[in-house]
Design a protein around this ligand. Structure first.
Ligand code: ATP
Length: 401
């Protein structure tokens, strides 16, 4: 079917911002029970006491962050006696930057960039809270990112034990977790667990009918009428339901509508959505990859180059050697970074027992596509595929290969 062409200055988007990941939807259906639980957890704070610590658990794109943003916005409207702070742990990974965000929420400006110890920042925050008779609620969004190097433990302990150093402070936390396997009893130390003592609020994946309504609502607000015909909508719902992440659906609509617009069509087709899916399906991996530090990224790049070159799992020894040609890195640091990449679900590590323990590294689906390393692009000379056995470690220790 031929579509009427569009003038070049015409657009299919009524409001492109509706499809931005940062957009806070006006209508937030199907999460009333969770919103009630969060309101209940905040009630003591509104009354001048510490809020109830709460963990929001659910797969990616099920509305956890949106629920927190909405309830925090409501709190700001009704009282000044609660200071809500939302910290994205995908971007803020160090205690200092997290405390700086809290400082900003309390004072309206950032603390001096350097030379101020964490303790001093927290002290200033605590004294101001006491002066204002205000309670602090910090949401650590995607808190699992802070687990591998112990940052979550340190930050939680500092926030929740403020009352010990500065009596009269009232503090609490919300933690959002999309990695359902996260078990705090194994990752936090007992002293932190005893002050955390959190209740769980679950965000189950939306059903297909709920996804349809949510997406339709966004389409109505973001696009002009008729841009997404029924067949395209069905495909969209099917794809989004299959992955469970609403972000996928929103991204597909945005990309497909942009394609249709570029080709001067007034409707998106199933083909536009299918093409968009090829790009969007690795959205989650792309998001995680963007949060890696340059040193973590270097390890991932080396793994991928070895993986592509060897057409399958690389051994830890081969990757370590390859990496050692570019930077000085001890085996334990390398091992730590590998562990982190596994924790972030970018890699799988498997031990093979063959003349000692050989660690094989498998690259998870989507990583290669996201990193887009052309086959055989580097390191052809590194054909020494000896695995690193635990008892071999010392050979590599000290870096440089
Ligand atoms: N009930 C809903 N109504 C409208 N939009 C929703 C609803 N639930 C989620 N969304 C939208 O889906 C997208 C993802 O939601 P959100 O960021 O809150 O998910 P999340 O559970 O925090 O994901 P992650 O664990 O990956 O951080 C956002 O654009 C949000 O506006």
């Amino acid at each position: 079917m031929r579509h009427p062409s569009l003038m070049s200055d015409q657009t299919l988007f009524r409001d492109p911002a509706i499809f931005e990941t940062t957009h806070l939807p006006e209508v937030f259906n199907y999460r009333d029970a969770q919103m009630n639980d969060l309101a209940f957890a905040l009630r003591p704070a509104v009354q001048g006491f510490s809020p109830l610590n709460t963990v929001l658990r659910g797969p990616p794109g099920t509305g956890k962050t949106t629920a927190v943003r909405r309830i925090f916005a409501e709190v700001r409207e009704v009282t000044q006696r609660v200071v809500p702070v939302l910290v994205s742990c995908q971007t803020e990974r160090a205690p200092n930057t997290i405390y700086s965000q809290i400082f900003f929420a309390v004072f309206g400006h950032m603390p001096p960039r350097s030379g101020v110890a964490n303790e001093r920042i927290l002290e200033k925050v605590a004294l101001r809270l006491i002066e204002r008779k205000a309670a602090l609620v910090v949401c650590l969004d995607d808190a699992h990112y802070l687990i591998p190097d112990g940052t979550l433990n340190r930050v939680l302990s500092a926030i929740l034990r403020m009352y010990e150093a500065w009596p009269g402070t009232h503090t609490g936390v919300f933690l959002t977790i999309s990695d359902l396997a996260t078990d705090f009893s194994r990752t936090l130390n007992p002293a932190t667990l005893s002050v955390l003592h959190a209740a769980n609020v679950y965000f189950m994946p939306y059903g297909a009918a709920e996804i349809r309504e949510i997406l339709l609502d966004r389409i109505r607000m973001g696009l002009y009428p008729g841009v997404v015909p029924p067949a395209a909508l069905e495909y969209l719902v099917e794809r989004t339901y299959a992955c469970g992440d609403l972000r996928m659906g929103l991204d597909l609509v945005r990309r497909a509508a942009t394609t249709a617009e570029r080709e001067a069509r007034t409707e998106v087709t199933v083909g536009d959505l299918a093409a968009a899916f090829e790009v969007s399906r690795h959205l989650e991996v792309a998001t995680v990859v963007r949060t890696l530090s340059s040193s973590e990224r270097a390890v991932l790049d080396a793994v991928l180059a070895a993986w592509v070159e060897g057409d399958g799992p690389a051994t830890a020894g081969a990757v370590y050697k390859r990496l050692g040609e570019r930077e000085r890195i001890s085996y334990s640091t390398f091992h730590e970074r590998l562990g982190k990449l596994e924790f972030l679900r970018l890699l799988d590590l498997k031990v093979r027992h063959e003349k000692g323990r050989t660690r094989e590294i498998f690259v998870r689906e989507g990583v290669e596509e996201v990193l887009q390393v052309p086959a055989g692009s580097s390191g052809a000379s590194l054909k020494c595929a000896a695995g690193v056995c635990d008892d071999e470690k010392c050979r590599y220790e000290g870096g440089g290969g």
